[in-house]
Design a protein around this ligand. Structure first.
Ligand SMILES: [Fe+2]
Ligand SMILES: [Fe+2]
Length: 314
């Protein structure tokens, strides 16, 4: 039935086996993750402060026994005991007295860091960039800029996380493009450009089978433009997700400010002016305004004169 997802203990979304036990991802939505962790007897684990103030975590002991120790306070938690962590300072050590299994709920996604599926895709992104000196570290820079723009906007935590991952993976579909085309010094033929145009769809298809299928549209749409001149579909206006728009601006800026096989890099000022002039044509003004704010704060550019408005008459 629509809206309900059943799971079984044999088939978590993904399971990772580690030296001290295993970690399974049971479910996720937006920034929320529901994990099941098994830790072998005699092992320990730590709880330490989260990077972000909003992080809330809840642990429910399904079986086993763990010992909690903080200063001189020592307690034992058993089956059905639980604890939560919010704005936590310091570090707490838990010792596993009897093989423990617990349910772990967090609003600060962590599983992608160990997920084989996601790490494999990030590896593909790296490999593509390493083949071409002109795109070396491209995804990383696009990711940094996308996150800076995104943080200026009023987005939900889940959207920010999706932008983070999608920007790192936005060009993985390029794995199917022959390197002669990717690194061609001259102008591309129509046939060659048609091959390039397939990479957003191919990239989206690569994330679809993973548990991050909700970044499918972001990757698919990162070359779509407001006026319908983008590819692969030619979507228009707000049919393009804001997350894809943000990556589109960051991607364009990075492509323009780095050397290419067929041209030298443009200055940040030139790229900025070019992108701002495409406001409401290629890119949403909400996104270009945030992008401009980032560049001005970092003193990378001097502001362009605001376009003449129809002056308010008093
Ligand atoms: Fe791309
Ligand atoms: Fe790109």
């Amino acid at each position: 039935m629509k809206g309900i997802t059943l799971g079984s203990k044999e088939k978590p979304l993904e399971i990772i086996f580690q030296e001290q036990g295993s970690l399974s991802l049971l479910s996720r939505k937006g920034p929320l993750e529901f994990l099941k962790q098994e830790v072998a007897e005699g092992m320990g684990f730590f709880i330490y402060p989260a990077e972000d103030d909003e992080t809330f975590e809840f642990f429910y002991l399904l079986e086993g026994e763990i010992q909690y120790e903080e200063d001189h306070d020592v307690r034992v938690l058993r089956e059905h005991d639980y604890f939560s962590v919010y704005k936590f300072e310091g570090t707490v050590i838990f010792k596993v007295l009897k093989r423990a299994t617990f349910l772990w709920c967090t609003n600060n996604p962590i599983f992608y860091q160990i997920s084989k599926d996601i790490q494999e895709l990030l590896g593909i992104a790296k490999e593509i960039e390493n083949k071409d000196k002109y795109t070396f570290n491209h995804s990383r820079r696009v990711q940094d800029m996308s996150m800076k723009i995104a943080r200026k906007l009023d987005l939900r935590k889940g959207q920010l996380h999706n932008i983070f991952l999608a920007s790192g993976l936005h060009d993985i579909g390029k794995v199917n493009i022959p390197s002669e085309i990717l690194t061609k010094p001259g102008k591309l033929t129509k046939e060659e450009f048609d091959i390039i145009k397939k990479h957003p769809q191919d990239g989206a298809d690569m994330v679809e089978p993973t548990y991050y299928e909700d970044i499918y549209d972001i990757i698919l749409q990162h070359h779509e433009r407001l006026d319908g001149s983008g590819y692969p579909i030619g979507l228009k206006g707000n049919a393009i997700e804001i997350e894809a728009q943000i990556i589109g601006v960051a991607d364009t800026f990075d492509a323009m400010t780095n050397d290419r096989a067929y041209r030298k890099a443009f200055t940040a000022q030139y790229a900025y002016e070019e992108i701002m002039s495409l406001t409401d044509i290629h890119f949403d003004s909400i996104v270009t305004k945030a992008f401009e704010q980032v560049l001005l704060e970092e003193e990378l550019v001097i502001p362009v004169k605001p376009p003449k408005k129809d002056e308010e008459t008093t």
